[in-house]
Design a protein around this ligand. Structure first.
Ligand code: SAM
Ligand code: SF4
Length: 336
């Protein structure tokens, strides 16, 4: 086989998108994501930034064109800017089309300008509420003004911002229009995410939190005219445009919709585990082949073998009033 042949899975899906969790640590403790007392991985288990570089570069050589850095909170990883600087070389050669990140926004004031200088043009910032007290409650440790200031810094640096909000029953239902208006005013795209069964936070709590995006969408349609958009990113989001504001709104609905047929992505954890599907337990350890030899032949072979096992889809299902397809991993482990 041509060593640079692109990665194609058994269902003829080309793998062009890698999401990389660079740390499982975070400066927040969002209630749907983490327990308050989390046990984090021993630092020695983490891939070094040099190892992450080698791994990501191998994927880029195999046809990955989009790299999303996530976590945990990616911007709390020590030295993370060096890693972005290193990845920007793949943008310069044209091999990589997009370098981006998903962040809680807390460190953006510090990093936005440097990230923009590395070629990061668009970022996703997670924000579930615009109310100070509710923000403190849902993130446990976060402070809203710091995040809003971070978002302002990213805008000043010229980056486009997409806000990701987890739809949470009884929590941000009443802020649907407020969030939409705020994003429209500042020119941010907005995407709503259904809460997923990641990490064992207790089943009753999970079902209590679940607000179906079908309901959310219907409520949005009470006030706005929704125009369905054909935009597809190979990912789980479906988009509409609000006729009144021109704003684009996305819906990530792993539980009411199945989107797996067009999946183009895989996920790498900070310890070098490659998950071929967010909703399945199967993974491939890439740290061992990475460390076994300084050239990339073994690593490339292991990546190909993993892609050949990419499953057709996930099995999340809440429809019988119980959580099916529950994953034992927390979202911060695989990188949301
Ligand atoms: N710390 C960064 C942040 O919050 O954006 C990046 C990592 S975080 C795990 C990525 C995304 O996953 C966030 O938008 C977060 O809201 C989402 N998330 C975390 N746990 C989730 C869950 N159980 N269901 C749905 N989304 C979840
Ligand atoms: Fe941290 Fe992001 Fe998880 Fe919140 S969602 S605890 S910010 S990793």
């Amino acid at each position: 086989m041509d060593p640079a042949a692109p990665l194609i899975d058994p269902f003829a899906r080309a793998i062009s998108y890698l999401r990389v969790s660079v740390t499982d640590r975070c400066d927040f403790r969002c209630t749907y994501c983490m327990a308050e007392q989390m046990t984090f991985l021993p630092k020695a288990d983490l891939l070094s930034l040099e190892e992450l570089d080698r791994l990501c570069s191998a994927f880029v050589r195999l046809g990955v064109q989009k790299l999303r850095i996530t976590g945990g909170e990616p911007l709390v990883r020590k030295g993370i800017l060096t890693f972005f600087q290193a990845m920007s070389r793949h943008l310069e050669t044209g091999a990589l089309k997009e370098l981006t990140l998903t962040t809680n926004g807390s460190q953006l004031r510090k990093y936005a300008a440097d990230l923009a200088a590395c070629g990061v043009k668009r970022i996703n910032v997670s924000l579930d509420t615009l109310d100070d007290a509710k923000f403190a409650k849902i993130t446990r440790w976060g402070r809203l003004p710091q995040v809003l200031d971070g978002i302002a810094a990213a805008r000043e640096a010229g980056m486009a911002i997409k806000i990701n909000a987890v739809a949470l029953k009884g929590f941000n239902e009443d802020e649907l229009y407020t969030l939409a208006d705020w994003c429209a005013r500042d020119g941010h795209d907005l995407t709503f995410i259904e809460v997923m069964p990641m990490g064992d936070l207790g089943e009753p709590q999970r079902l209590d939190q679940y607000w179906s995006l079908k309901d959310l969408r219907a409520r949005l349609a009470d006030r706005f005219t929704l125009i369905d958009l054909p935009d597809r990113t190979g990912g789980p989001a479906r988009y509409v445009r609000l006729a009144e504001t021109g704003q684009r709104i996305g819906f990530i609905t792993p539980l009411t919709h199945n989107f797996c047929e067009s999946c183009n992505r895989v996920r790498l954890t900070c310890t070098g585990e490659l998950y071929m599907c967010l909703g399945q337990e199967d993974m491939a350890d890439l740290r061992a082949p990475l460390r076994a030899s300084p050239d990339d032949a073994l690593l490339t072979q292991s990546i190909r073998a993993a892609i050949a096992r990419k499953p057709k889809g996930h099995d999340f299902d809440y429809s019988r009033q119980k959580v099916a397809g529950q994953m034992t991993r927390h979202m911060s482990h695989t990188g949301g």
